[in-house]
Design a protein around this ligand. Structure first.
Ligand code: TRP
Length: 340
C-alpha cells in the first residue's frame, strides 16, 4: 500500500477570520484535500488560552471557526476536522516534549518576545510554551507537510529541532515535518493602512473584511479603503493601497494581472473599489450561505466535530502510546506498551 501524504494545520479560535486568512490559509487548506493526501485540520483552543479568554466567547468562536472551515470547503468526509482540546493526547504529548526541549530554544522565539513584551511578567507560562504544544499537534499525526503563514516559520523550525532531538534520544518515533509556507495571504494588507498586513486583532473597523461581513458592510469598507492621490490603475508595489485592491480583486476573480489592468483602463478609483467589493461579495456568497446552514443547525456541527475528534484520537492515541513507551512512562500494564 502506498502511504498517503499527511497534512496538518491549526487555526486559533480568536478574533474574526478575514479575507487575508481565507486567501492565505483556509482556501489553500481546502485545495490540499487531494486523493493521495490525508488532511488534519484543528481548531486550536488550547493555544487560544495562552492569553486570557472569556469562556463563553471562546466556546462560541471555536464553533464559529469550525463552521467557517466547513463552509470554506473543508470536507469532513475527506479530511479530519476537530477541536484540539477534544483530543487529550495534545496536552499530554506537549508535556513530554517540554521535557526534551531546552529552555534556551524557547527564549529565542520572536513571537513570544513580541507578545510578552506588552505583558512583561504577567505573560503566562503557556504563552512561553506555545510552540511546544504546536509541535505536539504536528507530531501526533506524523504530518509530512504543515501549511502555515510566514509568521509561523520559526515555530516550524523549532518543531523540526524538537523532533530530531526526540528521535535521537529515544529512537525513530516521529516524522520530521516540512513547512509549506503559504504566500498569497501574506500579501493582503489592511484597507485602512495598506502598509500593514491584514490582521485579526486590529481595532479599526475598516481595517479588515471579515468572512461573515454582510454585503453592505463589505461595500462600505472598500468604499473607505485608503488609496493615493494618483489616478491610473496598475499593479505598482510602490502604491500599496491600489496594489492591495488589485491583488484582492485578482485573488477572488482568478483573472490575470493584464486582464484586470485592461478592465480598469480609463476608470477611476471609485469604479475600482465598487468592482473589488462586488468580486468579494460574490466570492464569499457561497461560503456565507453554507455557514448559515451550519449556524442554524448546531446538532449537525456537533456531529461533524464529534466524528472528527474520534478519528483524530485513533491516530493521536497510537502515537502517544508509542512515545510514552519509548520514554519509559507508565507501569506498562497495558499490552501495547509492554510489547516491544
Ligand atoms: N500557531 C499557529 C498560528 O497561529 C496555529 C497552530 C497551532 C498551528 N498548532 C498548529 C499551525 C499546528 C500549524 C500546525 O497560525
Amino acid at each position: 500500500m502506498v502511504s498517503k501524504v499527511r497534512v496538518l494545520s491549526g487555526i486559533q479560535p480568536t478574533g474574526n477570520l478575514h479575507i487575508g486568512n481565507y486567501l492565505g490559509a483556509v482556501r489553500q487548506w481546502a485545495a490540499m484535500q487531494e486523493d493521495n493526501t490525508e488532511c488534519y485540520y484543528c481548531v486550536v483552543d488550547l493555544h487560544a488560552i495562552t492569553v486570557p479568554q472569556d469562556p463563553k466567547e471562546l466556546r462560541a468562536k471555536t464553533r464559529e471557526v469550525a463552521a467557517i472551515l466547513l463552509a470554506a470547503g473543508i470536507d469532513p468526509k475527506r479530511s479530519v476536522l476537530f477541536v484540539q482540546s477534544d483530543v487529550t493526547a495534545h496536552a499530554e504529548l506537549a508535556w513530554i516534549l517540554n521535557c526534551v526541549t531546552p529552555f534556551g530554544w524557547l527564549t529565542r522565539m520572536t513571537q513570544f518576545k513580541d507578545k510578552s513584551a506588552r505583558q512583561q511578567e504577567g505573560a503566562s507560562a503557556g504563552l512561553f510554551d506555545y510552540p511546544v504544544l504546536m509541535a505536539a499537534d504536528i507530531l501526533l499525526y506524523q504530518a509530512h507537510k504543515v501549511p502555515v503563514g510566514e509568521d509561523q516559520k520559526q515555530h516550524l523550525e523549532l518543531t523540526r529541532d524538537i523532533t530530531m532531538r526526540f528521535n535521537r534520544l529515544f529512537g525513530e518515533t516521529f516524522t520530521v515535518p516540512e513547512p509549506r509556507i503559504l504566500e498569497i495571504g501574506a500579501r493582503i494588507m489592511g484597507l485602512d493602512d495598506p502598509t500593514k498586513k491584514m490582521s485579526k486583532s486590529e481595532a479599526n473597523a475598516n481595517h479588515a473584511v471579515n468572512l461573515l461581513d454582510p454585503p453592505d458592510v463589505i461595500r462600505r469598507k472598500f468604499q473607505r479603503a485608503t488609496t493615493d492621490s494618483l489616478t491610473d490603475i496598475r499593479f505598482d508595489e510602490n502604491r500599496p493601497g491600489v496594489f492591495n485592491l488589485l491583488t484582492i480583486c485578482q485573488s477572488f476573480t482568478g483573472e490575470t494581472q493584464e486582464a484586470i489592468v485592461t478592465r480598469f483602463a480609463g476608470k477611476g478609483y471609485g469604479d475600482l473599489k465598487r468592482a473589488v467589493a462586488e468580486a468579494v461579495v460574490e466570492g464569499l456568497r457561497p461560503l456565507q450561505e453554507r455557514y448559515a446552514v451550519y449556524s442554524k443547525d448546531p446538532a449537525q456541527l456537533d456531529a461533524v466535530l464529534r466524528d472528527g475528534a474520534a478519528r483524530a484520537r485513533v491516530v493521536a492515541d497510537k502515537t502517544l502510546a508509542d512515545a510514552k513507551r519509548r520514554v519509559g512512562l507508565g507501569a506498562g500494564a497495558d499490552q501495547e506498551s509492554r510489547v516491544q
